[in-house]
Design a protein around this ligand. Structure first.
Ligand code: WT7
Length: 661
């Protein structure tokens, strides 16, 4: 493949890449994009027709942002597992590998073809039915990155059960909250998994979570446990817990299971994500629109061709894994890698070793991983053959130009276009992104909206009466969407008002993303990070209110305030200001206890990188914490604190500055 050409800071895709790309110029894109937003009926109707519908939709879409109502493929009936499996077999891909599992141990590889996946999924769907699971029931899944995870998801989808996957790094308390909120009566977990040479038990955490649920009056009736680790005993409760392997091998379990034909707007899954309050939101996605959107975005953004090997390093416990390890790739008949372990074990070249071993052609990861591996030195990718790669992707947080350039040079061999893809749990799929063969990229810019997406960077508005006005070129605005796209979330599970209030009030008539963005002269978007009380730690979203609630539940804590600050590898880290109750003294020991407590309440991903004990917080006379000041202190910008005269007690700022960690 030819080299990428750089001119005035713009990186142009190689000609041979352009020639084979689905979309090969900005003009072609503009034409398609125009149709996608002006005539969604035709545009999305044609794309949806590439998939199987048991019953065709009557109308492509209807929306009312004034009410937060969104519908796609109205009246259509389909099943996403049928499209991801049966249809691929019908198209001749039965013997192609669908899921390529690489365990942490090097020789632990499982390749499952589309035919094998269909059998496993059908068996497990029959197991779920045998356990009493019906359409609309919620199934909690607390599994590590093993091949049984996509099997469990697709089995739920096959029978219309709603999966809610909880990331394996969440604690028992966090798992409890999600099981309770979703009202799940069944939980799928594993005895354990490998992590950097050690074993971790998922079942132990699951058991604690179930006991905690019982205290709240909620019973989890059935637990299915995958035997991931050999010779790794876990307690099994008779009548409640059974082994996945025994269940699918039972003589009454058939390997055929007819799909339940789902209404396009029937729920597919709930995925919890942090917001600006203490309680995570159950983001609800439905069947038809999500299916069409992950299918189309995967195809065009990764310029996916039948011979590609796709490796997305995300965990399926996050939305990236839902959309771009499982649903998007399988709906396209791709081979998708599921990797159990971490980038740095046994050496910091594990990703590159996997690329070499399986001849990965499309690689998708997060800036935090790139930065961490960049620090380990160029020799690690240099000793691997990365020539199979033709396209790279980035997701989860803004990518700094330094990391972008390293990725481009040392991984992409100055040959692979990079797609910096902006999206959210809420959006279901990628919204702002380069199309890799269509226009030049600029490090740090996610560039242009995908088909069907009308993105704007708007000036803040104080009321609905004010008109929506775009921020001037190269000035920051609030990233909003003017209309819905098929993959958009449809609600917050059990909290309809929260859906409306979170996303449709800040900029009336628009979907408000919570991110800041600028647009340059070319119309390219550059994402500037969150503008709400959400912090992005290692590409994972953490609500500061959630961490505060965890800190405040510790007996020694009177009050706390958590903000983000820049971190070299994680992108951002958490900085906690803590006021102790009378009778408690600041100490390093207490800091350790607080970190341990947050890990117990939420999980390691929420542990604050820095804790500062303070006598008070900067509050306005009405009692509102001025977080702007706390953010400035945390990031060391102490000479830019701005106006502090409106504070009830300005002297507290000096104390906070003096005690900065
Ligand atoms: C937030 C969403 C979507 C998959 C993983 C995260 C940030 C995401 C980018 C990007 C700049 C990005 C945003 C967004 N974000 N991708 N390419 N450039 N920022 O999902 O946990 O729902 O977090 O991640 O701030 O709002 P999530």
């Amino acid at each position: 493949m030819g080299k990428i050409r750089e001119e005035n800071g713009k990186f142009y895709p190689p000609e041979d890449f352009v020639e084979q790309a689905y979309v090969s110029s900005r003009e072609e894109y503009e034409k398609m994009w125009k149709q996608s937003v002006e005539d969604p009926e035709t545009f999305w109707g044609e794309i949806a027709s590439e998939l199987y519908w048991y019953k065709k939709w009557l109308k492509v879409n209807r929306e009312d942002f004034a009410k937060g109502e969104i519908e796609w493929f109205i009246g259509g009936k389909t099943n996403i597992s049928y499209n991801c499996l049966d249809m691929q077999i019908k198209k001749g891909r039965g013997d192609k590998v669908a899921i390529l599992f690489q365990g942490e141990p090097e020789d632990d590889v499982v390749k499952l073809t589309y035919k094998e996946m269909l059998k496993l999924v059908s068996k497990f769907a029959n197991v779920l039915k045998k356990k009493g699971v019906r359409k609309g029931d919620r199934v909690a899944i607390y599994l590590p990155m093993i091949w049984q995870l996509p099997v469990a998801m697709l089995a739920c989808a096959r029978i219309g059960a709603i999966h809610t996957i909880v990331f394996g790094g969440f604690s028992a308390e966090a798992l409890r909250d999600r099981i309770l909120d979703a009202g799940a009566k069944i939980l799928i977990t594993a005895n354990g998994y490998w992590r950097s040479g050690k074993t971790v038990s998922s079942k132990a955490t699951a058991d604690t979570a179930i006991d905690l649920c019982a205290k709240e009056g909620h019973t989890v009736d059935k637990v299915i446990v995958v035997k991931r680790l050999d010779n790794f005993d876990v307690p099994m409760k008779a009548g409640r817990d059974t082994w996945f392997e025994d269940e699918i091998a039972a003589s009454d379990i058939s390997d055929v299971c007819a799909p339940v034909w789902m209404d396009a707007e029937d729920p597919l899954f709930i995925l919890y994500t942090s917001g600006s309050t203490g309680k995570p939101k159950g983001v609800l996605h439905t069947t038809g629109g999500y299916m069409v959107y992950t299918y189309a975005s995967f195809k065009y953004i990764f310029d996916y061709k039948d011979k590609d090997i796709f490796f997305c390093t995300a965990d399926i416990g996050w939305v990236t894994g839902h959309s771009y390890i499982v649903y998007g790739p399988l709906a396209n008949g791709a081979t998708s890698i599921v990797f159990e372990s971490v980038p740095t074990y046994p050496n910091p070249d594990r990703f590159w070793q996997i690329v070499e071993k399986f001849k990965v052609s499309i690689f998708y990861t997060a800036p935090t991983a790139i930065r961490a591996l960049m620090k380990e030195g160029d020799q690690w990718p240099a000793k691997r053959d990365l020539s199979s790669l033709r396209l790279l992707g980035s997701v989860g947080e803004p990518i700094n130009p330094e990391a972008w350039l390293w990725y481009h040079k040392h991984i992409g061999g100055e040959r692979c276009p990079i797609v910096d893809t902006w999206w959210q749990t809420e959006t279901g799929g990628i919204l702002i992104t380069p199309l890799p063969g269509a226009w030049p990229t600029i490090p740090g810019f996610a560039t242009l909206p995908f088909f069907g997406v009308k993105a704007r960077a708007l000036q803040p508005r104080s009321s609905a009466d004010q008109p929506a006005v775009d921020a001037p070129v190269n000035e920051q605005g609030e990233l909003c969407m003017e209309r819905s796209w098929p993959g958009m979330m449809r609600g917050v599970f059990g909290e309809p008002e929260r859906f409306f209030n979170t996303y449709f009030v800040q900029q009336p008539g628009f979907y408000f993303s919570g991110d800041g963005a600028i647009r340059n002269e070319d119309g390219y978007f550059r994402l500037m990070g969150r503008i709400d009380d959400v912090v992005n730690v290692s590409g994972h979203r953490m609500g500061t209110a959630e961490v505060e609630a965890a800190l405040n539940s510790y007996p020694a804590v009177a009050e706390s305030a958590v903000v983000g600050f820049p971190h070299e590898v994680k992108g951002e880290d958490l900085y906690a200001y803590v006021i102790l109750k009378t009778g408690f003294e600041p100490s390093d020991q207490l800091k350790k206890e607080l970190v341990a407590h947050v890990r117990k309440e939420i999980g390691p991903i929420a542990s604050p990188g820095k804790i500062q004990f303070v006598p008070g917080l900067p509050k306005t006379r009405s009692g509102k914490i001025m977080r702007r000041i706390l953010r400035k202190v945390a990031s060391g910008e102490i000479d830019q604190l701005g106006d502090t005269t409106t504070l009830a007690d300005p002297s507290v700022v000096d104390i906070i500055v003096a005690g900065r960690q």
